[in-house]
Design a protein around this ligand. Structure first.
Ligand code: NAD
Ligand code: UD1
Length: 340
């Protein structure tokens, strides 16, 4: 039996594929390479000694999905495929609803036709909106995301809840990621954003490697430890391992299950800069800029439910996140571009 990994050539997908292959699983990747390249899977092969099969195509393509499920004995699906740039989602909302909601709908319909009913979905802490109290447990009511990207995650969660309510044979995981950072310790795979990064860590590493001049710190007047925004950064390898734990649980527990995948600890932007400088030995010049619209002051998880039910918790600390992010960026200053 095999696992279908949609979006498996991307940042989190490629790290999860490594962990799955190393655990002896058969993996098929479906990716349209809209935000990735074959190079990541070639690097996965370098790390694991096994190259996963790549089917280049779109998760919205119903005919392709029917053929895929007919030709391969798929037992479960991990659904990473989607668009993830918050600002772009505000400018092009229909693309986000089409890809993220339409893609998830087409996938579930094809899974239903094929009788494959086990699914792990990449959700996000963004579905909680801006709760007043930290840390955030899964029992926190779903909030109102401030942008179409967040809305698309929330809508898919709603759709999956309705699906399980209608047919209890499904087993579905809503994996709510906090802030994934870092890279595989080999330095062979990592985050390779297209254009100027939106997120903090890739921006910092690109400043350190000389691709960007200086970081803008968005706001220093939040009610936090030093006035800058606080987030729950989680090593992408820990996050990838969370998917294996969730898949194991789903195989014996039908129903729908939400888990926070975070560390339970928040760090401020200035603490991240300091930790990165320590790990890399490089200075990160920065200026204080106005707050970014839509940002919350603080956001960190209560990860106890995942520990209790999955036996999973994050084990790689802040220093490892920074060291591994730097090993990837310094070894691949232009990301995968050099490998193409
Ligand atoms: P990524 O862009 O690196 O990976 C997504 C992959 O999906 C890419 O390889 C892309 O080519 C592919 N893809 C996009 N649309 C597709 C389609 N219609 N058909 C087939 N393939 C398609 O992003 P990532 O950071 O690895 O994120 C993976 C998932 O996790 C996404 O759903 C994202 O929304 C979610 N997520 C990410 C973060 C984060 O900070 N990175 C946080 C929370 C949730
Ligand atoms: C953002 C998205 C969130 C998405 C997540 C992962 C917003 C409002 N939220 O989360 O929906 O799930 O990315 O893709 O965009 N920062 C700077 N300077 C920078 C970049 C970031 O100071 O150049 C600060 C931010 O203000 C924030 C922290 O760094 O306090 C982390 O930002 P980022 O990495 O973009 O993640 P989130 O905002 O948490």
């Amino acid at each position: 039996m095999a696992l279908l990994i949609t979006g498996g050539a991307g940042y989190i997908g490629s790290h999860t594929v490594v962990e799955l292959l190393e655990a002896g699983q058969e993996v098929i990747v479906l990716d349209n390479l809209a935000n990735s390249s074959r190079a990541s899977l070639q690097r996965v092969a370098q790390i694991t000694g096994r190259e996963p099969q790549l089917i280049e195509g779109d998760v919205r393509d119903a005919r392709l999905l029917d053929r895929l499920f007919a030709e391969h004995p798929v037992e479960a699906v991990v659904h990473f495929a989607g668009l993830k740039a918050v600002g772009e989602s505000v400018r092009h909302p229909l693309d986000y609803y089409d890809n993220n909601v339409g893609g998830s709908l087409a996938l579930c319909q094809a899974m239903a036709r094929a009788g494959v009913r086990r699914l792990a979905f990449s959700s996000s802490a963004t579905v909680y909106g801006a709760p007043a109290d930290m840390p955030i447990p899964e029992t926190c009511p779903i909030g109102i995301p401030t942008n179409p990207y967040g809305q698309s995650k929330r809508m898919v969660e709603d759709m999956l809840n309705d699906l399980v309510a209608s047919d209890p044979r499904w087993s579905i995981a809503l994996l709510r990621y906090f802030n994934p950072v870092g890279a595989h310790p080999s330095g062979l795979i990592g985050e390779d954003p297209d254009g100027i990064p939106n997120n903090l860590l890739p921006y910092i590493t690109q400043v350190a490697v000389g691709r960007l001049e200086r970081l803008a710190v968005f706001g220093d007047d939040y009610p936090t430890i030093d006035g800058t925004g606080v987030r729950d950064y989680i090593h992408v390898v820990d996050l990838a391992r969370g998917h294996l734990a969730a898949l194991g649980f789903l195989s014996t527990h039908p129903g729908i299950h939400a888990w926070n995948l975070g560390t339970g600890t928040g760090y401020s932007v200035l603490q991240i800069i300091e930790a990165f400088e320590r790990a890399s030995g490089r200075p990160v010049p920065y200026t204080i800029a106005p707050r970014r619209p839509g940002d919350v002051a603080q956001c960190w998880s209560d990860p106890a439910k995942a520990m209790r039910e999955l036996g999973w918790r994050a084990t790689l600390g802040l220093d490892r996140m920074m060291e591994d992010a730097w090993r990837w960026q310094s070894g691949n200053p232009a990301g995968y571009a050099e490998a193409d």
